[in-house]
Design a protein around this ligand. Sequence first.
Ligand code: UDX
Length: 436
Amino acid sequence: MKVAVIGVGHVGLVTAAALAEWGHDVVGMDDDAEKIKTLEAGEVPFHEPGLLELIERNVDAGRLVFTSEAREAIADQEVIFVCVGTPSLPGGGPNLSYVERVGRMVAADATDDVVLVEKSTVPANTGQRLGQIITHEQQRHGQRVQISVASNPEFLREGTAVEDTLHPDRVVYGVSDDLALERLRGVYAHVVEQDGCPVVETDVPTAELIKHASNGFLATRISFMNQVARICERVGADVDVVAEGMGHDARIGPHFLRAGIGYGGSCFPKDVDAFIHLARHVGEDFGILEHVREVNGSMLDLVVTKLRTELWHLDQKVVTILGAAFKPGTDDLREAPAMHLARRLMAEGATVRMYDPVALDGVARELPEVERFDDVRAALTDAHAAVVATEWDEVTALTAADFRELLDYPIVIDGRNVYEPASMRDAGLHYHGIGR
Ligand code: UDX
C-alpha cells in the first residue's frame, strides 16, 4: 500500500520503518528539515537498538523515503499516519495543535481517497474533532476526495521499539467506515497473518481510549507497588518478593510490578496527566490516577530522605547518579527520574555526577553543571554516595567490592533494586534499596 507517516520522531520513525519492512511504500515526512537531512545521510537522530539497520534495509530496497515537503508526502497516498507530538499544556491536557495542523494539510493536499490514522496518543474524541476540521477545510478548498479518520494507537516501548512494532502483542484500530476498515486490514495483513497477533477492530473513540487506559493502568501498577514498597520499609518486608508472590497469580501477572524511584519517559507522565484532564473535562474525578501521579513524585522524596539520613546534609557532598536516561536502552531524558533527582540534589548544594552510556549529550544540554562520565568506575571514584537511577548493564554488573573500593563513603541508594541487599550489607556498605 502507499503510506505516509507525518512526524518522524520516536513513534513515527519506527512505524515508518516497520511499515516498509512489511512491504508497503512509505514516505516519512517531518517539518524539521535538519532531521530529514540526518535520516537521508543514513543516521538516526536518537538511540534505538536495531532501528538504523531496519531503516537502511528498507531505504536500500526502495520502500522507504524521507521528505520535509508536506505536499509531496500527502498527495496520492492510501493511508496517512499522524505521528506528531502531543506535548502537555500547563493545565495537563495535551497540545493537539500539531495534530490539527496535519488534518488541515491533508484536507488541502490529498489527491485521492485516503485514511488519516491517529497514532499520536490523543484523548478520546480527537478523531471526531479532526473529522470536523477536515470537513470545514475541504469545503473551503472545494475538495471532494474522501478522508476517513481512524485511530491506531501505538504501544511500543523505547529501547525495544523495533521488536515491539514488528511483533506487536496486539493491533488495535478504530474506524468509522469501510474504507478505513479495509485499508487498515491491508496495512496489518502481513503481521496478523505471520505472527497471528490478535486484532481489536472497534470504533474511533474506543481505540483512542484503549491507549490512555493501557498506559494509565501500567502506571497504576507501578505506583501501587511503589506505595507497597514504602509500607514494606516500615514493616520490614521485601517488595521484590511481594511482587514475585503476586505475579504468580495468573490474574495479576509478573510485569510492571517493579518498585523503584518511579516511572518517567515521554508517555506515562504525559498520558496520566492527559487522562486525568480528559476525565475532568467529561465530569469524572479520576482520583485513582491523581494518586498514581502523586506517589510517583514522592519516590524521589524517599531517595532524597535516604541520602540526607546517610549524609546529614547535602551541601558540598558529591553524589553520583548511575544512569540518566528514564530507562535502559534509550537516550531519552524526558521526565527521567535521574534528571529530576539531579536538580533536587543540586538545589540542596550537592555536586552531582552522572554516568550514562548513551545519554550524556542530552545531560550536557539540559544540566550543564552536572559532571558527566561515560566510565562508571570513574564516576564513582571518591564520591560520597551513589544512587542507581537506571539499570544499565554496566551498572548492574558493579559489585559490592567495586563500591567499597571506589566510593569515599560506602553509601549506595539502589533506586532500581538491582543488587542483592545481603551481599551489599555484608560487604559493609550502607545499602538502601526501595522497599527492601
Ligand atoms: C510506555 C509503554 O510501555 C508503551 O506501551 C507506550 O507505548 C509508551 O509508554 P516507555 O515509556 O518506552 O513505554 O517505557 P516503559 O518500558 O513502559 O517504562 C516506563 C517507565 O516505567 C520507566 O521509567 C521504567 O523504569 C518504569 N517502570 C517500568 C517501573 O518503574 N517499574 C516497572 O515495573 C516497569
